[in-house]
Design a protein. Structure first.
Length: 276
């Protein structure tokens, strides 16, 4: 079993120098992850994430004219912040620990000073960068195809929602990955279908515990689209902007804190231990 070999962190108090060093290590790890992620397979998946919403909107645009922006904006919201972002994070954030265990590199990374936290933070940032880049490019393409009266506001609101989706859902998938490292994708898909695509539409208090409920609440506050305002009191949320943002911040912080605690205390079985 791997062990936490960083006694210096418990002997010496945290200083600004060590914090800067840790930040530098995270940046270096993100650069390494980004460089090794540039493969034919991952680039193909990335381009598919970009193309999927654009192709759907293009096909709809051929069949229908833009008489009102409401249904188009609602469709783009579901296609990108609630589908594209979740698919990207599912692929890049969830297997944060599992890929290192399968590649037999976990022991080396875990025995470095602050290595576990650096790996976790680096994987999280990398997943967000890949996913948000795909979402932002796809949003630009959809905005051009739709041609709203105020393209800057239209694209800006949905881009901000995509960023918030990446931060909150990325933290959730990271937490799932450190707990369910053997059946990561199964657990993540189950959570997504049951919670974010199931419970979030239930007109009860339980739907307020989901990230998608908070994002839809922000959509109703930041836009005047009738197609979302009619659901204001049920599945799209009627709380204030500050409350929705605070809820997303709490979810992100709690999930990241639990993920760091888990990864620092867990003893993951490796092939060297006969657990692979």
């Amino acid at each position: 079993m791997d062990q936490e070999l960083s006694p210096s962190t418990s002997i010496h108090p945290t200083t600004p120098q060590t914090q800067r060093a840790t930040l530098g290590m995270i940046v270096d790890f993100v650069r390494f992850e980004l460089s090794r992620s540039v493969t034919a397979g991952r680039l193909a998946v990335w381009f598919l994430l970009i193309a999927f919403p654009v192709v759907i909107v293009a096909l709809l645009r051929v069949q229908r004219s833009v008489d009102a922006i409401d249904p188009w904006g609602n469709a783009v919201y579901f296609l990108i912040p609630e589908v594209t972002c979740l698919l990207g994070l599912l692929l890049w954030a969830t297997p944060a620990v599992g890929t290192e265990l399968e590649g037999q590199t976990w022991i080396y990374l875990a025995t470095r000073t602050r290595g576990r936290m650096v790996v976790l933070a680096g994987k999280y940032v990398t997943a967000i960068l890949w996913t948000f880049a795909a979402a932002a490019i796809s949003l630009i393409g959809c905005t051009v195809l739709i041609g709203p009266d105020d393209p800057g506001r239209f694209c800006g609101i949905l881009t901000l929602l995509a960023a918030l989706s990446c931060l909150a859902h990325g933290a959730q998938y990271l937490l799932i990955g450190v707990f369910f490292f053997r059946r990561t994708m199964v657990a993540a898909v189950f959570y997504t279908l049951v919670a974010e695509y199931g419970l979030s539409f239930v007109p009860a208090i339980i739907n307020q515990l989901t990230v998608n409920y908070q994002l839809r609440g922000l959509l109703t506050r930041w836009t005047s689209w009738r197609s979302v305002q009619v659901f204001d009191d049920t599945t799209f949320g009627n709380e204030s902007i500050a409350r929705h943002l605070l809820a997303l911040l709490i979810v992100t912080a709690v999930c990241l804190t639990l993920a760091v605690y888990r990864v620092r205390t867990a003893q993951y079985p490796t092939q060297q231990d006969g657990g692979g």
